[in-house]
Design a protein around this ligand. Structure first.
Ligand code: DQA
Length: 148
C-alpha cells in the first residue's frame, strides 16, 4: 500500500535535458528512483507520478484524499496560476491528509511571476530551493508529522 504519493507537474518529465543550468542534470526517472529509495529508508512506501495535464493532477489529488494518502506535490508552473489545483490541494489538507509543496528551485528568487504560489496557502507546508533534496526533506517532514 502506498503511504505517500509524489506528484510532479508539467515539464518535470523533461528533467535532465530541461534547462540543466536551472534544474540540474538529474533526469526524471533517476529522480523518481531516488525519491522511492529515500522513502524506503524512511519507512514509507512511495509512488512517484508525473503528468503535464492539469485534469490528471486534480484527479490524482482526489484519489489521494479518498485513499487517505499524504502527498508531496511539485505543481511546477501550475503553482503560479491554477486555482483548480489549489482547490484540489485544499480537499487533501482539509480531508485529513498532509500535502507538502516542493520545488527544486527557489521560485521566490526567480522571475516575478514565480513569486506567487496559489497552492502554498492550502498546503501543509513548502520546501523549495534544495534541488532533489527538496523531496527528501518533504518526506522527512511527513514522517515527523506522522509521529507527532
Ligand atoms: C518548479 C518551479 C516552477 O516555477 C517551474 O514552473 C517548474 C519547476 C521547481 O521545481 O523549481 O516547472 O516547480
Amino acid at each position: 500500500m502506498t503511504d505517500v504519493l509524489v506528484l510532479n507537474g508539467p515539464n518535470l518529465g523533461r528533467l535532465g535535458t530541461r534547462e540543466p543550468d536551472v534544474y540540474g542534470a538529474l533526469d526524471a526517472p533517476t529522480l523518481a528512483e531516488t525519491v522511492v529509495r529515500w522513502g524506503t529508508e524512511l519507512g514509507l512506501a512511495v509512488e512517484v507520478r508525473q503528468t503535464d495535464d492539469e485534469a490528471t493532477l486534480v484527479g490524482w489529488l482526489h484519489g489521494a484524499v479518498d485513499a487517505r494518502q499524504d502527498v508531496v506535490l511539485n505543481p511546477a508552473a501550475f503553482t503560479h496560476y491554477s486555482y483548480a489545483l489549489r482547490d484540489a490541494v485544499a480537499q487533501v489538507t482539509t480531508g485529513g491528509c498532509r500535502l507538502v509543496e516542493v520545488h527544486l528551485t527557489n521560485p521566490a528568487a526567480r522571475e516575478r511571476f514565480r513569486h506567487t504560489s496559489v497552492v502554498a496557502g492550502v498546503a501543509t507546508g513548502t520546501v523549495a530551493g534544495f534541488g532533489p533534496d527538496s523531496y527528501r526533506l518533504a518526506l522527512q517532514a511527513l514522517v515527523g508529522a506522522r509521529g507527532a
